[in-house]
Design a protein around this ligand. Structure first.
Ligand code: UT7
Length: 323
């Protein structure tokens, strides 16, 4: 008997503080018209000074567990995708496990930046398929605002904070039908924070502690790579693009999303778009979009959808999922 993982419930959380494009006009040389036109973003959420990635993760986790009807003590696995952990160690997943009271289960973080949630889902799916875990909590949670230079208009208009989660359960019915994970580290310098734990002393002297990005270079690679991974996902499952009900893409830029939708011949009303409301929340963006569409009734039980993401690394990935 084949075992699959199925999504039992979804959850998400956005911090209360809204920063609009007009607010940014007062901070850097930009305009609401430029930001909307080039990115599709209208506003983003920023965590309060005393609010951290773990706090965001906990709220999304509790929402997802409630929706799934799963008690934290039933969890066998917690995987948190984050680029912005609260501590160097222990992992955000371990801190979350303690908050939730899910004692004893495996808990670790994965780091694949904007593709983080797809990576986390891919890992958790393997645990469930192999029989190692029966119930898994998978999250993307970020306080990306903390690694942004708020005087750099090339990056500060793009990103925001948030979290999203799913609870997976073992099932004889799919579920997650396939996951596809890739990386090419040759592109590390295209989108990165140059400082890290081991290099901090050396790099911080240069004052380079924030996101640096070759925007047009990332844009070009994202569009071509996401087109290819959509094909790879459909071919692997022997399905035609016309069988897809929804696309739930990483929310970085409406123009990247539109290019992937066009490649799949999907009209935009079959694409879940939330980038206007929260900007690029990195690993949180896909589960945030998914939870939005599940809760507003667009994505229903039995629907077939693809998630896909692209980010620093470069990393990219996708999954085909029957909800
Ligand atoms: O999840 C993966 C993470 N990152 C991404 O997916 C980002 C991918 N890249 C992008 O989304 C786009 O490249 C951006 C939105 C970052 C930029 O859009 P673009 O159409 O590639 O613009 P550009 O970088 O080619 O810049 C066009 C112009 C430049 O001025 P000049 O040289 O033409 O005079 C920029 O200086 O727009 C200027 N510009 C801005 N103007 C107003 C750049 N940022 C801003 C800004 N406000 N915030």
């Amino acid at each position: 008997m084949t075992i699959y993982s199925r999504i039992l419930g979804t959850g998400s959380y956005l911090p209360e503080k809204v920063v609009s494009n007009q607010d940014l006009e007062r901070m850097v040389d930009t305009s609401d018209a430029w930001i909307r036109d080039r990115t599709g973003i209208a506003e983003r959420r920023i965590a309060a000074d005393d609010e951290f990635t773990l706090d965001l993760a906990e709220k999304a986790a509790r929402n997802a567990l409630d929706a799934a009807g799963v008690d934290p003590q039933e969890l066998d696995l917690i995987v948190v995708a984050t680029t912005t952990p609260d501590r160097v160690f222990p992992s955000t997943a371990c801190l979350l496990q303690s908050r939730l009271g899910a004692k004893g289960c495996a808990a670790f973080d994965v780091q694949a930046v904007c593709t983080g949630f797809v990576y986390a889902l891919g890992v958790a799916d393997q645990f469930v398929r192999s029989g190692t875990a029966k119930k898994a909590l998978v999250l993307g949670a970020e306080t990306f605002s903390r690694i942004i230079d708020w005087t750099d208009r090339n990056t500060c208009v793009l990103f925001g904070d948030g979290s999203g989660a799913v609870v997976l359960g073992a099932s004889e019915e799919p579920g997650v039908m396939s996951t596809h994970l890739h990386a090419d580290g040759d592109y590390a310098d295209y989108l990165h924070v140059p400082t890290g734990v081991s290099t901090a002393r050396a790099v911080l002297e240069e004052g380079r502690a924030y996101v640096e990005m070759n925007g047009p270079g990332v844009f070009r690679m994202a569009v071509s790579t996401l087109g290819r991974i959509a094909d790879e996902t459909l071919e692997h499952n022997h399905i035609d693009k016309s069988e897809l009900d929804w696309l739930v893409p990483h929310q970085a830029n409406i123009r990247i999303i539109q290019a992937t939708a066009k490649k799949l011949d999907l009209p935009m009303d079959r694409v879940i778009v939330t980038v206007d409301k929260h900007g690029n929340t990195s690993a949180a963006s896909i589960p945030l979009a998914l939870d939005t569409a599940v809760r507003d009734g667009r994505i229903k039980r039995g629907d077939l959808f693809m998630i896909e993401g692209f980010g620093g690394g470069f990393t990219w990935g996708s999954a085909l999922i029957r909800y």
